[in-house]
Design a protein around this ligand. Structure first.
Ligand SMILES: [Zn+2]
Length: 158
């Protein structure tokens, strides 16, 4: 089998940032897949599943309510390696186009109080596996990346 594109990125050179992972054309519609890299692969501790899960529920809730992007949001979910998340948007975008969206989304999580949406037996397959405080900790680290974003954190390393 051929190696898929996302395995050809040099993960040793990859730092936390916002990257375009791929663009797909489906019946003339472009779908942009973003790599929201929270931690430096094979260098920093990965996100635990409980904080990834809490971020997934809160980010998906935020994105599907954002006035500008709710109808363009196709998917948000964690990477299996637990160093970040994938976001799929309908449309042809570059990383810089979504930095403000991500700042809004991450701020929503940092400021969130109360019950995490969808955290119930009816709505989720493992609803107790959530850690809001650690989700906020990881989001505070990531918003620092977003607030100080530079070109090398917006485009994959060569
Ligand atoms: Zn869940």
């Amino acid at each position: 089998m051929e190696k898929i594109t996302s395995f050809t990125i040099d993960h040793n050179a990859l730092q936390p940032g916002v990257y375009v992972s791929r663009k797909d054309n489906y019946n003339g519609n472009i779908i942009t897949t973003f790599d929201l890299r929270f931690t430096s692969p094979n260098e920093e501790p990965v996100l635990n599943t409980a904080e990834s899960h809490a971020i997934e529920h809160l980010a998906a809730t935020y994105l599907r309510n954002d006035e500008e992007f709710k109808d363009k949001t196709l998917y948000f979910g964690p990477m299996g390696c637990r160093t970040g998340f994938y976001l799929l948007l309908m449309g042809d975008y570059e990383s810089k186009d979504i930095v403000d969206l991500l700042k809004r989304m991450i701020s929503f999580i940092i400021d969130f109080k109360g019950d995490i949406p969808g955290a119930s037996t009816k709505d989720c397959g493992n609803y107790q596996d959530m850690n809001l405080q650690m989700a906020k900790y990881e989001c505070k680290k990531y918003i620092h990346v977003l607030n100080n974003i530079t070109e090398d954190r917006l485009v994959y390393p060569e």
